[in-house]
Design a protein around this ligand. Structure first.
Ligand code: 5AD
Ligand code: SF4
Length: 463
């Protein structure tokens, strides 16, 4: 039996405008959010909405929000201001907001009192109800808001409008139990829930049938994946092993890992599984035991370094990236020098650096001794210089070597060049060889020789 989908909004719209409604979605934040947006678009697509990029030409605009740092909050409210102007020009324009910020009461209060033009508000745990809420808006002619305090169940088989034909984001777990003291995620995404392994494997099989060659397995802390399979509990390495056997799939990546849960089994998966990319994102956050303790990270600098050594010993060619926070409350010059020393010791391929940003209702919000802004910025600049210098040096070591590259598309700056990623997740650009149709190379895994190294990317040529 076909699913019967309520479709008041689209039917009304087509009747009044003689065409289908256009929807634009703006995504802030992490890949988890990117994937939620793909699902929302998949659901709306099923109902007859057309996706467009240009928000000014849309009939429905959706903002999928992030609350991890203050910057994203600010950008969200800025964008909302722009939507108000669109609404003033066209009163039937529909504004929807969803994602992590909607799980914070002070944000909801602000939207209620100061942003009356927002039509639909939905949280992270029931994002799939957004299309129904747009329908209800038309029927009930009043603002729709649905926020669940916590997740009820994992909904399977949601459609997804993928950004790329050849690669896909796949959620394997939701939520986080770690409660790092600076982080809002455990409050906005709830407790850890792992999808059943059979559902994940089935989803990837279908994706492969649809042309996908690379999957990125997503979770706040994939290392603590524990899925209830028909034959008992599966931990993450077993899930990887099963996915590795899917015929037609070429590459598996995952993110994010917590250092405290990086098991020996998982480390040996990098050796054993031919499709698993030899790349790991392993956030360290700080290089001082005192700060790590106050962050509730549950490892010491020495544990982290031992883990890096073990990874490199088992998988010498592995590339490693990290996240680092600068200016956590109480961070001294000495603590910060510990972070610099750790960066020099590990020599990351790349590192995402963040200024500590106070998040309401997290434990660190209450910590006294906030670091002065000017000191935070000064340390941040020193860290970025150190990180970039090492990235550039590491990239230079690649020149003259050949890597298999999954081609993602045309480069941002030229339609005569293609861009892709090496197995180790390095971004590489190379010219389309004379006589070849670049379009046909997208989604293929090709051998590319590195000819030049930059700080954040490589240049190469097809061999
Ligand atoms: N301030 C700054 N950075 C943060 N992150 C998470 N919370 C904060 C915060 N309050 C960073 C961490 C995390 C990454 C996704 O964002 O480094 O790993
Ligand atoms: Fe936030 Fe820590 Fe959970 Fe990562 S592990 S999502 S930083 S609480």
């Amino acid at each position: 039996m076909n699913k019967i989908i309520k479709n008041t909004f689209v039917e009304n719209f087509v009747e009044n405008h003689g065409r289908e409604p256009r929807v634009s979605i703006t995504t802030f934040g992490c890949q988890m959010n990117e994937h939620d947006s793909e699902i929302v678009m998949g659901l709306l697509n099923e109902r007859g909405y057309t996706q467009i990029d240009d928000r000014d030409a849309a009939d429905v605009a959706i903002l999928n929000t992030c609350s991890v740092r203050e910057n994203a909050d600010k950008r969200f409210f800025g964008t909302l201001g722009q939507l108000k102007k669109l609404k003033e020009k066209n009163p039937s324009f529909v504004t929807c907001v969803c994602g992590c910020m909607m799980q914070q009461q002070h944000i909801i209060d602000k939207l209620k009192t100061s942003y009356p033009w927002v039509d639909v508000i939905v949280g992270t745990h029931n994002i799939h109800t957004l299309p129904d809420l747009i329908d209800n808006l038309i029927e009930e002619k009043q603002r729709q808001m649905e926020i669940l305090p916590e997740a009820v169940e994992i909904i399977e088989e949601l459609p997804s409008q993928r950004l790329f034909k050849h690669k896909a984001l796949v959620n394997i777990m939701y939520g986080c139990n770690n409660f790092c003291t600076y982080c809002i995620v455990p409050y906005t995404r709830g407790r850890e829930r792992s999808r059943a392994p059979e559902h994940i494997v089935q989803e990837i099989r279908k994706l492969v049938e649809d042309g996908v060659v690379e999957v990125m397995l997503l979770g706040q802390n994939v290392n603590s994946y524990r899925g209830y399979g028909e034959d008992g509990v599966w931990e993450f390495p077993r899930l990887l092993e099963e996915i590795n056997q899917i015929e037609g799939l070429e590459r598996i990546r995952f993110m994010t890992s917590h250092p405290k849960d990086m098991s020996d089994d998982l480390i040996s998966s990098f050796r054993k599984l031919n499709k698993l990319s030899k790349y790991v994102h392993l956030p360290v956050q700080a290089g001082s035991d005192r700060v790590l303790k106050k962050m509730n990270r549950r490892y010491k600098v020495s544990d982290y370094l031992a883990l890096i050594d073990k990874l490199r010993k088992t998988v010498p060619e592995i590339t490693i990236s990290t996240d680092i926070i600068v200016g956590f409350p109480g961070e001294t010059e000495e603590d910060f020098e510990g972070t610099l020393a750790l960066v020099e010791r590990v020599r990351y391929d790349s590192a995402f650096t963040f200024l500590y940003s106070i998040r309401k209702d997290t434990p660190a919000e209450k910590f006294r001794e906030q670091v002065e802004e000017s000191i935070k910025h000064e340390r941040f600049n020193r860290l970025v210089d150190a990180v970039n210098k090492i990235s550039a040096e590491k990239n230079r070591e690649y020149v003259g070597r050949t890597f298999s590259v999954l081609v993602d598309g045309f480069s941002k700056t030229s339609n005569m060049a293609l861009t892709g990623r090496t197995d180790g997740f390095k971004l590489i650009n190379f010219p389309v060889p004379n006589g070849l149709d670049g379009e046909k190379l997208i989604g293929k895994v090709l051998d590319v020789e590195v000819t030049e190294a930059k700080t954040f990317s490589l240049e190469g040529k097809l061999v």
